[in-house]
Design a protein around this ligand. Structure first.
Ligand code: MN3
Length: 247
């Protein structure tokens, strides 16, 4: 799979760049010793109100500008203490988390790195209603093979999202050419091999954020209504492309 986050990364090398990125860095001295790679928050690929009425503008504004931004800042703060890891793509970093033995480092990388990856993936999974197209033939055939029908797929995926206790995500992944539905707690995701128990891991194609911050302002406790509305804004062109890219 192509690294998702590469396009969002900036490399701070000179003193001028240091000034611009100073708040992300532990100190000018350590950044001057070696180039420090910092992750940044990309703009949404659509306006904050573009997903209405299914996801409201205020939820999108806070979700992106506060929640996602916090994950980016937390990831950069953790990587500032581990410059050897900062050189890796985020995809690789998450896949290699079990090799990070210092739990005080691994926990923020897992929570904030997962949060950054998951939200970037989530924004790109969505598009204004009516613009997402249909699943490609390749994806439609794979859904039929794994779940019997599109309705069967949506039912099983919706159940995984509804049953995730507390905060977490539901996922459609491809693993060895086969589609599977799984869910993860917190900001874990299917890239975190060796860390997530009871999860079917693979290459993520579709992910649904079921943290209350994703829906509570509009839907309050009605997570099921959020899940069913969410299907209206899935970007099937992007999901289909991810299946093709997964090879
Ligand atoms: Mn979220």
């Amino acid at each position: 799979m192509k690294p998702l986050i590469e396009m969002n990364r900036r490399r701070f090398v000179g003193l001028g760049a240091l000034a611009a990125g100073a708040s992300l860095l532990p100190s000018a001295a350590s950044a001057a010793e070696a180039p420090v790679t910092a992750h940044s928050l990309a703009d949404l690929p659509y306006a904050f109100d573009a997903l209405e009425p299914h996801i409201d503008a205020k939820t999108m504004t806070i979700h992106h500008g506060k929640h996602h931004a916090t994950y980016v800042a937390g990831l950069n703060a953790a990587l500032a203490k581990a410059p050897d890891l900062a050189a890796q793509s985020l995809d690789k970093l998450l896949a290699n988390l079990p090799s990070v033995t210092d739990e005080t480092l691994r926990a923020p990388l897992r929570n904030h790195g997962g949060g950054h990856w998951n939200h970037t993936f989530f924004w790109n999974t969505l598009t204004p209603a009516g613009k997402g197209g249909e699943p490609s033939e390749e994806l439609a055939v794979a859904i039929q093979a794994a779940f019997g029908s599109m309705d069967g797929f949506k039912k099983t995926f919706g159940e995984a999202a509804a049953k995730r206790f507390g905060s977490g995500w539901a996922w459609l992944v491809v693993d060895g050419g086969k589609l599977k539905i799984t869910s993860t707690p917190n900001q874990d995701n299917p890239l975190m091999k060796g860390l997530v128990p009871n999860a079917d891991l693979g290459t993520p194609l579709l992910g649904l954020d079921v943290w209350e911050h994703a829906y509570y302002l509009h839907y309050q406790n009605r997570r099921a209504d959020y899940i069913s509305a969410w299907w209206n804004i899935v970007n099937w062109k992007e999901v289909s492309k991810r299946l093709t890219d997964a090879g």
